[in-house]
Design a protein around this ligand. Structure first.
Ligand code: MG
Length: 401
């Protein structure tokens, strides 16, 4: 029986993890949960799973949840809150495996401490590797604990890497769907609306990651994650556009062999893989190979999607640059979603903020969060300057002709 903690249990990965635990209740036991702000779902999850510990964002929420659980006769669950609550969830002595799925830098410290406490960690939070990857991977290596990627591409690479030794890898290929603007000419990028950017062809995801997929920044983050996770140089991590998203990623070995991983586009599979590693568990998540007709590939257009180029540059520079890349992107994407800047402003804001961020190794999560805060402030400043004089989308009326 593997004893599981979920950081971010009410989010999409958290809910999928619980669904996997439900299907394989003979293998996985839910021991602790960090639920965040969705109190209703936190209550349901505590009632269903009876964790030893559940953490919510605010102290007032913890009090409310605690009394509701008591009225529902759930006595075995202790309610905690805030960052210290998350830390307790992540480092709870009985836990073997921590699923790190809190969105944003809020999950960094708890994930880092889980690794330091000797837990096996399944990573779904991209900030962990983009912003604090050097620290987290070093801590895992020191303790000889595996870091198991849940992101579909890295999970695919992890699976393919079992086909050879890391020294035998020539390069890896991360597949990208290409997003909704793969065939949109660059000249039309200035007019891209929020609605168009949120219309992702293959995956249903949150708003930020969907916009990040449209700019290819999501793929850029994945390049950085792959470098950290598999200890590869940025030159060894290639991106290939593959609109069907059937192959989740590939590993090319020095002899010229390429291994690919194919499966249904369902996050429960990478979650199941990570939770049961190094075993493989029979599941119903079947892929119908007989229905497969086309696998298309093309190189990404770096000029059309400058965010990908920016990510490669940050990956090479390391240190604070990747922290700033993530922070500036989050602020810029939020501003785009609110109609304050245009689609093409996103990479401009990021490039400026990353440019002014010093490189240099970061020694602690505190330092990472310091650079993060500074980059966010810089990005907000630039967004404000760019949005001045820009009419909110709704207020624009076209002249009658
Ligand atoms: Mg991905």
């Amino acid at each position: 029986m593997k004893r599981i903690a979920i950081l971010g249990s009410t989010g999409s990965i958290g809910r999928s993890t619980l669904s996997v635990a439900e299907s394989f209740s003979d293998r996985f036991q839910i021991v602790t949960l960090a639920a965040g702000r969705n109190l209703e779902l936190a209550f349901e999850q505590a009632r269903r799973w009876r964790p030893r510990l559940i953490s919510v964002a605010a102290a007032s929420d913890a009090e409310m949840l605690g009394s509701r659980l008591k009225s529902a006769a759930v006595m075995e669950t202790q309610v905690v809150c805030g960052p210290t609550g998350n830390l307790r969830v992540a480092t709870y002595p009985e836990v073997d495996f921590v699923v790190s799925a809190i969105v944003g830098v809020a999950g960094l410290e708890a994930t880092y401490e889980a690794v330091r406490a000797g837990k096996t960690v399944g990573l779904a939070n991209k900030e962990c590797l983009v912003a604090a990857g050097e620290l987290i991977t070093a801590a895992a290596r020191e303790r000889a604990r595996p870091l198991l990627p849940i992101d579909s591409e890295h999970n695919a690479v992890h699976q393919c890497l079992r086909g050879g030794r890391i020294e035998e890898v020539r390069r890896i290929w991360l597949t990208a769907s290409g997003g909704p603007f793969l065939h949109t000419p660059k000249a039309k990028f200035a007019g891209i609306t929020v609605e168009q950017a949120l219309n992702h062809p293959t995956w249903k995801m949150g708003n930020r990651i969907t916009v990040d997929s449209a700019t290819l920044m999501n793929k850029g983050f994945e390049v950085i994650e792959a470098c950290r996770l598999f200890n590869l140089a940025p030159e060894q991590v290639k991106v290939i556009v593959h609109p069907q998203s059937t192959i989740h990623s590939l590993v090319e070995f020095v002899d010229g062999s390429i291994l690919a991983q194919l499966s249904v586009t369902d996050m429960r599979l990478p979650i199941l893989y990570a939770l049961s590693y190094p075993e493989r568990v029979p599941s119903e998540l079947n892929f119908s190979l007989g229905d497969l007709r086309h696998l298309d590939f093309c190189p990404p257009d770096m000029e059309k999607f400058p965010c990908l180029q920016l990510a490669y540059e940050a990956a090479r520079a390391g240190g604070g640059k990747t922290v700033a890349l993530n922070a500036a992107d989050e602020v810029a994407v939020e501003a785009f979603l609110e109609g304050r800047i245009g689609f093409e402003d996103i990479p401009v804001v990021i490039e400026e903020v990353v440019g002014e961020t010093p490189t240099g190794k970061l020694e602690s999560i505190k330092q990472v969060l310091g650079v993060d805060q500074q980059a966010r402030a810089g990005a907000r400043d630039r967004v404000a300057r760019r949005s001045r004089g820009r009419l909110p989308a709704a207020a624009i009326t076209l002249p009658q002709t």
